[in-house]
Design a protein around this ligand. Sequence first.
Ligand SMILES: [Zn+2]
Length: 175
Amino acid sequence: MAIRKLVTTKSKAKKTVGVGMPEALWLNEFGSLVWSAFGEIPYHVGSSLMRKSWRDVDIRLMLDDDKYEAMGFGNPEHQHRNAKWVAMCMAFSELGRKMTGLPIDFQIQQTTLANKQYSRSGGHWRSALGFTELRTYKPSEFELKYKCEVVGCDNLKAPDSKHCPACKHDLENRK
Ligand SMILES: [Zn+2]
């Protein structure tokens, strides 16, 4: 009895904001699959992002208005009546559930309506998902050493300077 009480207290004390580990890692793997399927980054939103207690884990994918329409999701104000939207949300919620072990509520939103209903000024936050290691661009050792640091410039520089001769010249002329 004493042991059970100890364990309960401990697990309660451990509860922090968010979904915790390793679920957060699985959530990003799930986000990466959603990104692959729709070409857009999904977001973790709602109470499981901000608070210690939550009922489910809300994941939202925002599609540009024309893309939303092209997908055949119909009127975004009545998405629950659109069979394709319902099927997509059910399918990806279930995939997320299986991958993360969390009660995932995945929904697709039309960007204009989502920004109107869930603005940041209204206290709604979004956290991008899907940035798994394989998706994150890492410069090679060669690039780190020789690539000019000016954005959009592909020239090479000396290892001990930040800019290539051309950009250095440009920057000096602008002063
Ligand atoms: Zn340059």
